[in-house]
Design a protein around this ligand. Sequence first.
Ligand SMILES: [Zn+2]
Ligand SMILES: [Zn+2]
Length: 97
Amino acid sequence: MAKCDLCELKQYTQWYCRFDYPFPFTILDCDSCDTPMAVLGEHRAAPTEDERLFMTEALSLIARKKYGDDGFVIDGVMRQIPDHCHIHARPIRWRMS
Ligand SMILES: [Zn+2]
Ligand SMILES: [Zn+2]
């Protein structure tokens, strides 16, 4: 079974929540971007549509609290670890820098 940094999440950044149901995923601050991200609890690149919507919704709750209702964008691009599904919530100013 493939292993990567997102399979073995280290608890040295802020963790917001961990879901076990309806499917496992964790929301925590990304240690390279310092923004909240949702990480699927399984090592695969593509979430199902349901999984993607659910993770985005949960991540948006956290991001709204942190950046305000219109202060963030959901970024599904997987730059560093392209084979393990994760979604970032980035503050708007990140795009402009
Ligand atoms: Zn992985
Ligand atoms: Zn990141």
